[in-house]
Design a protein around this ligand. Structure first.
Ligand code: UD1
Length: 419
């Protein structure tokens, strides 16, 4: 097991390149099942969630090659097994994205139920209901989803709640359905638009991309494609906060600022100077202490739940009082007790954290619990006085490509060490 050891107190300065988006890469890799030929993806990040997705596809008969130029060549066009096994699904909830494509292409699928996770129960009822509305017969028994459909038929789907991966599952299923599907109350995350753009390049007919009402006209088949995955707005946001929490300055290249309005708005509110160009974002804190900001997570284009933990860390050392309200996942506060052990003044009341900014944190021995909570502990460690040790860094490797290397480039004192 690896841990990260951080000597806090260095202001971060420098330029890094944003990685490709995790939450785009995963659905697009699963969409490869729909294609009649191989797909080549560029800009995919090196993450354990990407490896898990590839292992799941390989288990079912897909082949992949990581080319020397980092392009990922994936051929999932002729699966030999239509079973997504518990052992892989349990490690990554996004594995549920295998369901829509398998059902659409092969008319059947057996997929393990993903189960709960550290940030909440995270049911998949909305995925199943929408696929049933498209004509699938679904039975859940022995911890598996058994889905079958002689033909999926396009229809109107109304989501009771905005959900990212259920929207993606339905989009993928509907691309090969008979007739037209309209998804109402669809999630509008940029990663969904990326998936739609990729599918359209494969021959799908999806319109109103980027809105909450998506229209998908079913087609007979989809072809292979070469596609570049969009940059990761959550990774970029995390490094912007790393510079802000240490009073430093950073430029992130290969990043589209348009997808980060809510995050950038909050960074301006904390007192950062932000400059955006076509393909880059620059933040300069000029050594200032951040001002406390109130946060309320919501669906895109509002403030993302995936940035909540990082801004909580920022608020712990900010000037003033703040409240942070989580509206998407009921239990996304695993970082609170750990930040408190570093001297943060945080009180959890229902789904809101009340924070009184302290002048500084002190290093401590911490336990990472989930992906973004772990990121917030790294950020706090960068700002804290003394040494912070973070155990269970495998959570970070799910969503951050070589985090310690990128932070070192910016001047952080951080090492990955083995127990
Ligand atoms: C995706 C993202 C994740 C992000 C989240 C919210 C990926 C791979 N993951 O997760 O990083 O934090 O969106 O932006 O893209 N819900 C149900 N029933 C369902 C589905 C969802 O009740 O069938 C609830 C969830 O419990 C949650 C809310 O809907 O409270 C939103 O979850 P959802 O958007 O589905 O999250 P994910 O797609 O799992």
């Amino acid at each position: 097991m690896y841990k990260l050891v951080i000597q806090g107190g260095n202001a971060l300065h420098g330029t890094i390149r944003a990685a490709g988006s995790k939450n785009s890469s995963l659905p697009i890799l699963f969409a490869s099942i729909l294609a009649d030929g191989p797909i080549t993806l560029t800009n995919t990040p090196h993450l354990s969630d990407v490896s898990t997705t590839l292992r799941l596809l390989m288990d079912m008969g897909a082949e992949f090659i990581l080319e020397s130029n980092n392009d990922l060549f994936v051929d999932s066009s002729k699966l030999t097994s239509l079973v997504a096994d518990y052992n892989l699904v349990k490690t990554m909830r996004a594995s549920i994205l295998v369901l829509g494509p398998m059902l659409a292409k092969y008319g059947e699928a057996k997929v393990s139920l993903p189960g709960g996770c550290a940030i909440g129960t995270r049911p998949v009822n909305l995925h199943l209901k929408a696929l049933e509305e498209l004509g699938a017969t679904i039975e859940v028994k022995n911890g598996y989803i058994y889905a079958q459909a002689d033909a999926l038929i396009g229809t109107d789907i109304y989501f009771d709640q905005v959900t990212v991966t259920a929207t993606e599952n339905v989009i993928m299923a509907a691309t090969l359905a008979k007739g037209t599907t309209t998804i109402h109350n669809a999630a509008q995350e940029p990663e969904i638009s990326d998936l739609c753009n990729c599918l359209n390049t494969m021959g799908a007919k999806i319109s109103n991309i980027g809105t909450s009402t998506l229209t998908i006209e079913g087609v007979k088949s989809l072809s292979g494609v070469k596609y570049s995955v969009c940059p990761d707005r959550i990774e970029a946001g995390t490094y912007l906060v790393a510079a802000a929490i240490t009073g430093g300055s950073i430029t992130i290249k290969n990043m589209r600022h348009q997808s980060m309005r809510a995050t950038l708005g909050k960074l301006i509110e904390i007192g950062a100077d932000i400059k955006t160009e076509n393909n880059s974002i620059t933040l300069d804190m000029k050594g200032r202490r951040p001002k406390a900001v109130n946060i309320k997570t919501s669906t895109y284009p509002n403030f993302p739940t995936d940035m909540q933990a990082q801004f909580t860390a920022l608020n712990t050392i900010a000037d003033g009082h703040s409240s942070i309200t989580e509206t998407i996942f009921e239990n996304r506060f695993m970082h609170i007790p750990e930040l408190s052990r570093m001297g943060a003044d945080l009180t959890l009341e229902g789904n809101t954290v009340l924070c009184k900014g302290v002048k500084s944190l002190t290093g401590a021995h911490l336990m990472a619990t989930d992906l973004r909570a772990s990121a917030s502990l790294v950020l706090a460690g960068l700002a804290a006085k003394g040494t912070t040790t973070i155990e269970r860094v495998y959570h970070l490797d799910r969503g951050y490509e070589t985090i310690e290397e990128k932070l070192k480039l910016l001047g952080a004192q951080i090492e990955r060490v083995q127990d």
